[in-house]
Design a protein around this ligand. Structure first.
Ligand code: SF4
Length: 44
């Protein structure tokens, strides 16, 4: 999933949870669509 982000906003250190850089994210929603466990969502 990390390499699917069109602007490289998702990063991961080792086996820790991936993080999204809010300053880089363009809110395209692609990671929400492809996450198989629905772990990515928009904040209300
Ligand atoms: S919403 Fe789009 S730009 Fe933002 S982290 Fe997900 S894939 Fe990357």
């Amino acid at each position: 999933m990390i390499d699917q982000c069109p602007v490289g906003a998702i990063s991961q250190q080792g086996f820790s949870l991936p993080e999204i850089d809010p300053d880089t994210c363009i809110e395209c929603g692609h990671c929400i669509t492809i996450c198989g466990r629905s772990a990515v969502y928009r904040k209300p």
